[in-house]
Ligand binder design. Structure first.
Ligand SMILES: [Zn+2]
Length: 266
């Protein structure tokens, strides 16, 4: 049973704009992630006309108060007021690419009429932190670990996921990008297990335990953080059963950023 009102009845939501693309001459399809109903596919009619009341109000990643009219396939957006524009993202390209990657993850694993208040707040906190200038890559990893928990794939960074051996400090750790979680030397799989240093595992534990976005500088070099992110991306792509474009784009963006930052370390 749908929780939405009957067809052509209005309803209001607080929602992020996750995706949009032009449709016909004047309209635009807008994919929203709402606090109340999860994903909502909608249409902004006439938004591309110069005098549209909606023009400039449904930009990517903004959080808006939106009034819609229920439709069969697409809900019609009738009114929209910006609640949060995360202005800092427009001034920081590196932060923006990470925000888009988070938005892609939310869109890839969310369903219509499947709201998740915790995820909504998690995404909001992450975008606010990014817009405020918090270091983007550790923040993305923090978001991903908590998001996995919301999806029912909470990661255990203490034990081997197969034999459940309790790691000693100098044991080798591997991340299993096919099934998630840690593997020990004996249980690792050649194709899907990625070696993690003890410092990398420690950072994953810290980020997973942190309820708030991480603001302290982590004691991990940018390239080591990037390796963690690449492993998590492989795992997310395995779960989504498709490549994730915005996350792949980050690999290039982060490579330049990491090299730039590595060279600054004496
Ligand atoms: Zn094992």
């Amino acid at each position: 049973m749908s929780n939405l009102p009957p067809n052509r009845h209005p309803f209001e939501v607080e929602a992020f704009v996750l995706k949009h693309y032009d449709y016909s001459e004047h309209d635009r399809i807008v994919v929203l992630y709402s606090r109340e109903y999860g994903l909502l596919r909608s249409i902004a009619k006439g938004i591309r006309r110069p005098r549209s009341r909606l023009a400039g109000r449904l930009d990517l990643l903004r959080c808006n108060h939106v009034i819609l009219e229920r439709g069969h396939n697409l809900h019609k957006i009738t009114q929209c007021d910006v609640l949060r524009s995360f202005a800092g993202l427009n001034r920081d390209y590196h932060a923006l690419t990470h925000a888009l990657a988070m938005g892609e993850l939310v869109a890839s694993f969310s369903q219509e009429e499947d709201p998740n208040e915790t995820l909504f707040v998690l995404f909001l906190c992450a975008l606010e932190a990014l817009a405020a200038g918090v270091e983007a890559l550790p923040l993305l990893i923090w978001f991903e670990l908590h998001y996995l928990e919301q999806l029912g794939y909470e990661q255990d960074w203490e034990f081997c996921g197969l034999c459940e051996i309790d790691f000693r400090p100098r044991d080798y750790h591997f991340f299993d990008t096919a099934h998630g979680g840690l593997r020990c030397e004996d249980c690792k799989r050649k194709e899907t297990s990625r070696f993690l240093t003890f410092e990398q595992v420690n950072v994953l534990r810290q980020l997973q335990a942190a309820e708030e976005p991480p603001v302290e500088i982590l004691e991990l070099k940018p390239l080591a953080l990037r390796q963690l992110q690449n492993g998590l991306q492989a795992y997310f792509e395995q779960l989504a059963e498709k490549p994730l474009k915005a996350l792949s784009y980050l690999q290039e963006d982060n490579l330049g950023w990491a090299l730039q930052n590595e060279t600054r370390i004496p």
